[in-house]
Design a protein around this ligand. Structure first.
Ligand code: PDD
Length: 277
């Protein structure tokens, strides 16, 4: 099994990461998770574009073109004969004596990537999942897909400890997003989701879902909504590369709709599936 290390495909035990790598010390880096269905990457261009956009937002130069990165990802999938799973990709600002400011002159970014077989969460997609609601304590640049995930990790842990699938976060009253997903509510035949500001990650799955809404004639309002409004929604779901369109049947103790995945959510699941390779 091969992994990606800078612009080389190599074996996992050949990779050497410095103990002063800025990703390791500061979380100073970015990442992407890309899904592979039947050997084909899904929305690879969108993920690679976001990877470069995250790098740009933290003033980090990536030493390869997007085309080279596309090529490396394809090679990795082929070499590992990955049928269904994910490609994980990350880049850090590099290895440099510990000091907060960006190294000057800059050092080379460190790129790593690997594949992992995963299964679609079919049982959960069918039955829906319970989530907790939790205060969003993260920083104010959630639009960057940063390696700094401590806030997200702490939120998800609380969900797990309560037997829930995800933590849907709110900043004050306003629902932002899940710890590793975007959040959506449907009320009276309209879909509501947080606008793409600095407070959420602009999910690639979210973007695909908004296209699906057009196809199935579900109007979209990209406006923030509150916790109280969330509990009034007829349907609720979360999305990400790994969980696709995941119906939510409980928000804390509150039962969403009649406690089973709603009709629009089912339609979105079908429209989404139709786009898969
Ligand atoms: N997480 N919001 C956050 C905070 C996320 O971490 C993610 C994805 C999303 C959904 O983005 P997308 O649809 O592009 O996957 C939204 C990835 C899957 C992860 O950290 O594993």
């Amino acid at each position: 099994e091969k992994v990606l290390w800078n612009d080389q495909l190599t074996t996992r035990d050949e990779v050497k990461i410095g103990i002063e790598d800025r990703g390791y010390q500061f979380g100073d880096g970015i990442y992407e998770v890309i899904k592979v269905y039947g050997g084909d990457v899904f929305t690879a261009t969108e993920h690679i574009d976001r990877f470069y956009s995250s790098a740009e937002k933290i003033a980090m130069a990536l030493p390869y073109t997007k085309d080279v990165l596309h090529h490396l990802i394809h090679q990795l999938i082929e070499e590992n004969e990955l049928e269904n799973g994910i490609v994980y990709l990350q880049a850090t600002r590099g290895d440099s004596p510990r000091n907060h400011p960006y190294p000057n002159p800059a050092v080379e970014a460190v790129l790593t990537g690997y594949t992992r077989e995963t299964k679609r969460p079919l049982a959960e997609l069918e039955a829906g999942v319970p989530v907790i609601l939790i205060e969003d304590i993260r920083w104010l640049r959630c639009d960057i897909k940063s390696l700094n995930l401590l806030g997200n990790v702490m939120a998800k842990q609380q969900a797990v400890e309560k037997g829930c699938f995800e933590a849907v976060q709110h900043r004050g009253d306003v629902i932002t997003e899940g710890s590793s997903s975007n959040a959506f509510g449907i009320k009276d035949g309209t879909l509501y989701t947080h606008p793409t500001t600095n407070l959420i990650l602009n999910g690639i799955t979210r973007q695909v879902i908004l296209d699906c809404c057009k196809e199935i004639g579900l109007p979209v309002v990209e406006e923030a909504f509150t916790v109280e409004q969330a509990k009034q929604m007829d349907e609720f779901f979360i999305s990400s590369t790994g969980i696709e369109v995941m119906p939510v049947i409980k928000l804390d103790d509150h039962v969403v709709g009649n406690g089973t995945p709603g009709e629009w959510t089912r339609k979105l699941q079908h429209a989404f599936e139709a786009k898969l390779p």
